[in-house]
Design a protein around this ligand. Sequence first.
Ligand code: NAD
Length: 493
Amino acid sequence: MEQPALFTIFGGTGDLAKRKLYPSLFRLFRKGNLNEHFAVIGTARRPWSDDYYRDIVKETIQSFDPTDAEADAFASHFYYLSHNVNDTNHYDELRELSVKLDEQYQLQENRIYYLAMAPQFFGTIVQHLSSQKILTEQGFNRLVIEKPFGFDYDSANQLNQEIRKVFPEQNIFRIDHYLGKEMIQNIAVIRFANNIFESLWNNRYIDNVQITFSEALGVEERGGYYEESGALKDMVQNHILQVVSLLAMEVPTSFSDQAIRLEKVKVLEAIRRYSPEEVKNNFVRGQYDTGKLDGHDFLPYRQEENVAEDSSTETFVAGKFLIDNFRWSGVPFYVRTGKRMTEKGTRINIVFKQVPVNVFHFDNEESAQPELQQNVLTIYIQPTEGFSLILNGKEIGQGFETDPVKLDFRHSCEVTGNSPEAYEKLLLDALNGDGTNFSHWDEVANSWEIVDRIRQTWDQETPDFPNYTAGTMGPQAAFDLLSENEHYWIWQP
Ligand code: NAD
């Protein structure tokens, strides 16, 4: 069933629109989620014509091999408006075009405003949508906004207040594109559809949890942006804390967006707020140096484009979160993320406690192993999707040598190829008014509170950078963080 709507994309000539939004809209078009009753207005400052805009849109969908007729049919729904977001008159033109397209395509006054622009423009756009009466009375009016949402708690709060003057919380869709990933959504299925896991999902059986978001790439051409953000704000504040909350939340009463959010927020509230001393003990930062991997020589971060020669921006973070509630008290949630690490990958390792006694350990028998392997459930998110479980089996032969066995289930490329792209899923959710995979303000606010404390402590001292070799899994301190508790990183590529 097609849900009629008008998409207004602010920043329609930008990188995000071209790489993600247009291809995702095309996938929805192909699947019939968008058909006759949709239109797209792309706005940006450049003076493009509709025809030129449609050619650009068609270019962005070439990889899908559409027929000419199909590409033309899709692109015919796209309209371009040269629009400076600071110019009030331009919003009047936008209103007129919106009303016209609404009638032409019978869109029932349903509107989705997608802000694919730098966050400093969000406030002014939203204000004008209201003052110039672009918002409709009959249909829905939904706002989709990109990360980053603010650069600390105060700025995020201010931005939120501006937006909330116009849009109620349930109509604000804050994108965290990781939430659209198939496997993150599968975390919920692994947990809540498998009794063998959910019944063990607590501090009695789980020893520690490890979350790794590693990238093999360096900062590439994003030096300017990254210098301001660093790994903590770029990854921990949003993606990593979202994953922590999905892993640690209580079982929601239903799989509705409100029920899930309620539980995620409770977890974020229970994450310990660290004192400066605790930040120093529980979080480490790093910046990559020169290095070599697979025959490539890498530049140190400080020599990358648009990066200061004496930059103290972190390209790596590792840390330990503690969740002070009944379920998780005493279980460390270790997280790490960085650039120029050994391998690209996003995975979660759930490390179970040892059995209380190893009955296969005989003092008088040299052959039996003193230590059993801990059971580990690994959830793979990228680049392959799936999960594996390490169990102990018996080695064939006499005696009781145990042998770890890995049960591995990973989706083949074919299946992942067919699985919806994150942005496609998120756009469809916004169209259907499903906020499950978007961040609620309470989640954003809590995440900033947690991260601001780390940032503020770090800003008091100049770090001794660079401190890890490009192509490695980060500085020694990231390993020491776990070994202090007699833990170690399960994933060591
Ligand atoms: P971009 O610089 O490529 O595009 C910005 C767009 O804004 C362009 O269309 C530009 O013409 C328009 N614009 C700038 N000033 C304007 C003005 N005064 N009036 C009207 N239009 C104006 O940026 P992008 O990479 O597409 O990113 C857009 C947003 O999405 C940013 O907030 C970014 O942080 C976020 N984001 C981008 C990506 C990505 O993959 N590119 C990923 C995650 C988040």
